[in-house]
Design a protein around this ligand. Structure first.
Ligand SMILES: *[C@@H]1O[C@H](CO)[C@@H](O)[C@H](O)[C@H]1NC(C)=O
Ligand SMILES: *[C@@H]1O[C@H](CO)[C@@H](O)[C@H](O)[C@H]1NC(C)=O
Ligand SMILES: *[C@@H]1O[C@H](CO)[C@@H](O)[C@H](O)[C@H]1NC(C)=O
Ligand SMILES: *[C@@H]1O[C@H](CO)[C@@H](O)[C@H](O)[C@H]1NC(C)=O
Ligand SMILES: *[C@@H]1O[C@H](CO)[C@@H](O)[C@H](O)[C@H]1NC(C)=O
Ligand SMILES: *[C@@H]1O[C@H](CO)[C@@H](O)[C@H](O)[C@H]1NC(C)=O
Length: 649
């Protein structure tokens, strides 16, 4: 009873407040009308505002595409004035300061669009007094000078559009304060300098367009912008590394910049990517053929780079591809028939060294001889190095050590071997549809759909502290190992040498160096890399990335470096045989290790597509990390031998 009366009292009060508001709001707000008429005057009575006069009821006029005033409770909250064609600058006595001081008397303004009105001058800092502003669009005017840093105090701003002006200077460093920003577009100005790092903290950012400016330097790390869909920076001087963005990106335009090096391996996982325009840069390295079959790609332009590598007639392409420009690169091989066949597609490939079976003679003639591409590839520095020629002397010793280690496999090792053998065999004989269903819907027709699924898997693993898979630069690996110094040499098996290295961030890595046979097709290599990149699990020594080194002459891969997480605590065998100062694992640690190994094997058998069966797991292939978590290593070694048939789809 008491409670009820209490609530009824409150509702009476609320009603009273509501009523009071309704009764107080006047149909017209004289000062606001005055403000709008002043704006009309300050803009020199543009034709689009010719209907405004002192009799206009601004809050109740019909909206048009060029002029819109929107009120909320009779207070102006949106003002759109849009000229269809870019107007010349307003007369000399136009004052942008006066205009903005007048606009400030509309303090509830949330949306301000003034397009093509001939506004000129420096954007005044008083804009920060429009503190409710959420959308600001000043496209196609003649603003110059720098963007006022005060603008970064408009913390409600969601959309900041300053396209087609003459702004100069840097983007304010504190742009990161605009934490709700989802659209930032400043194309076609004369902005310069470095892009502020704080762009990387705008987690709501969906669209970032900075094309046609004079920006220089490296694009800041945008990999935490998980909502970023459109990233366009055409016609600047940005580079050299491919920007770090998430795999949810939909459009990337890096055209006409200073990007060098290669494309990141992650690009295979950009399952939403529709438009990739990286034309007119200095990209080198092999063109990842799998881009053609990304699940969403419709527009691909790599014109005017130095991409090398072979195309194959039987490559698959996404049937939705509308536009492909491969021209002026160093591609060899045959134009994929999926590109030739479709007439609807706009496909350009002049100026490569392709073999073309095209009726169009002009295109056949516009190809260079293969030797041209080879020589050019040489000239752009895709050159093998010989740092490791001095390492041969250790080989005998290492073989001795490894032989000893292998010879010492004890009973548990045999048990594990038998276990994994039996387990593996069973899985081969009876491929279980159950498991696939566990991991995702139905069957996967496209290989890349499986990549899309892999994406979510990796994201889950993110919480396990394994960094995202990436491409390493050879320079980076050399730095990490002090030029592959002998002191970093860990051992050598039948599939190459292992080195221990330390990255710039202090983390340790293990690097496996594999010499490639010349006849190894880049295509199979790439699919192996794709598989290795998926081998990430708490009970696997996870692959962190890879690096290719190319042959001088035909730019095929000469060496492959695989980078793995480094695990410090030795092998399971060491800990069972008491090799670590006589210390051994407790019973529960042993059980935990055994369970971990089973989980790792289960992941290899069922957690990835294609599944991976390796039936020769040894106790020395199980390492322990700092928390005595068992991790299987060497699981991928069969990948690069002739036993590839073990990998099954
Ligand atoms: C009239 O508009 C101004 C801002 O333009 C506002 O401060 C004032 O409260 C409004 N008056 C009424 C009665 O709504
Ligand atoms: C409105 O403007 C006209 C001329 O433009 C003027 O004659 C008229 O007196 C003005 N009315 C008011 C109420 O200010
Ligand atoms: C803008 O706001 C600041 C403080 O918020 C105030 O001191 C200043 O007078 C305002 N400027 C104008 C033109 O209203
Ligand atoms: C800015 O306004 C112009 C004119 O209405 C419009 O065409 C453009 O799309 C707007 N820009 C953004 C990013 O909303
Ligand atoms: C940039 O703006 C200028 C002047 O408005 C215009 O002439 C030019 O076409 C624009 N360039 C691009 C690429 O939009
Ligand atoms: C870009 O910067 C360079 C050198 O700083 C200058 O020569 C060039 O005119 C600038 N271009 C534009 C469009 O501002």
């Amino acid at each position: 009873m008491v409670r009820t009366s209490y609530f009824s009292q409150i509702s009476v009060v609320l009603l009273a407040i509501l009523f009071a508001r309704i009764r107080c709001s006047k149909p017209h707000n004289a000062s606001q009308e005055q403000t709008l008429l002043s704006i009309q005057q300050l803009l020199y009575y543009p034709v689009v505002l010719s209907s405004w006069n002192n009799a206009t009821d601004f809050c109740n006029t019909v909206q048009s595409s060029s002029v819109t005033v929107i009120c909320y409770e009779d207070v102006v909250t949106q003002l759109h004035i849009i000229n269809s064609d870019k107007a010349p600058p307003l007369p000399k006595d136009f004052s942008v300061d006066k205009l903005f001081t007048t606009l400030i008397s509309l303090p509830s303004l949330k949306v301000l669009t003034m397009v093509s009105l001939g506004l000129w001058g420096k954007l005044p800092g008083t804009i920060s007094n429009l503190s409710s502003l959420e959308i600001l669009n000043l496209t196609s005017n003649h603003f110059y000078g720098s963007i006022p840093p005060e603008i970064t105090s408009l913390t409600d701003l969601q959309s900041l559009v300053l396209d087609d002006n003459k702004f100069t200077g840097w983007i304010p460093n504190r742009v990161g304060f605009l934490s709700r920003l989802s659209v930032l577009s400043m194309k076609n100005n004369s902005l310069n300098g470095l892009l502020p790092k704080s762009l990387g903290s705008l987690v709501d950012l969906r669209v970032l367009i900075l094309s046609h400016n004079n920006f220089t330097g490296q694009v800041p790390d945008l990999s935490s912008l998980s909502n970023l869909q459109v990233f366009e920076i055409e016609d600047n001087s940005l580079g050299p590394s491919f920007p770090r963005v998430t795999n949810r990106i939909i459009s990337i335009v890096l055209r006409d910049n200073k990007f060098t090096a290669g494309l990141p391996e992650e690009i295979h996982s950009f399952y939403q990517l529709r438009k990739l325009d990286i034309a007119l840069n200095r990209f080198v390295g092999p063109f990842p053929n799998s881009i053609l079959s990304l699940p969403s790609i419709t527009y691909l332009d790599i014109e005017g780079n130095k991409f090398t590598g072979m195309l194959f007639e039987d490559l698959s392409c996404n049937p939705k591809l509308q536009f492909v420009d491969l021209s002026a690169n160093l591609l060899t091989g045959k134009l994929p028939s999926c590109l030739v066949s479709s007439v609807a597609r706009n496909v350009v490939y002049d100026g490569n060294c392709l073999t073309v079976n095209d009726v169009n003679e002009v295109k056949v003639k516009s190809q260079n001889p293969v030797s041209f591409c080879r020589n050019q590839a040489l000239a752009v520095g895709v050159i093998p190095r010989h740092h490791m020629s001095g390492k041969k002397s250790n080989v005998g010793l290492i073989f001795g050590i490894i032989g000893g280690v292998l010879g010492g496999i004890i009973l548990v090792g045999v048990a594990l071997f038998v276990f994994s053998h039996v387990y593996g065999k069973k899985m081969v004989k009876k491929p279980p549809p159950r498991v696939i269903a566990e991991n995702g819907p139905g069957s996967y027709t496209s290989k890349l759909l499986s990549d899309a699924r892999y994406v979510t898997r990796v994201m889950k693993l993110g919480s396990l502290g394994i960094p995202a898979y990436r491409t390493f630069l050879l320079e980076e690996l050399e730095e990490a190992t002090n030029g592959f110094d002998t002191s970093t040499f860990m051992g050598e098996g039948s599939h190459g040498q292992m080195y221990k290295g330390q990255l710039n961030d202090g983390s340790y890595i293990a690097i496996q160096c594999l010499k490639m046979k010349r006849n190894h097709s880049t295509q199979t290599l790439t699919s192996h890399i794709e598989l290795i990149s998926k081998l990430r699990h708490p009970h696997l020594i996870s692959a962190l990335g890879h690096c290719f080194e190319f042959y001088l002459d035909d730019s095929s891969v000469s060496r492959l470096f695989l980078v793995f997480e480094y695990v410090p605590n030795g092998t399971l065998r060491d800990w069972i045989s008491g090799k670590y100062n006589g210390r051994t694992l407790s019973w529960s640690q042993r059980i935990a290790a055994a369970i971990g190994i089973v989980k790792g094997i289960q992941f290899l058998h069922t957690g990835i597509v294609p599944r991976l069966f390796s039936s020769n797991l040894k106790i020395t292939d199980v390492l322990l990390d700092q928390n005595f978590v068992a991790k299987i290593c060497c699981y991928n070694l069969t990948l690069l031998t002739e036993k590839i048939k073990k990998v099954q789809l």
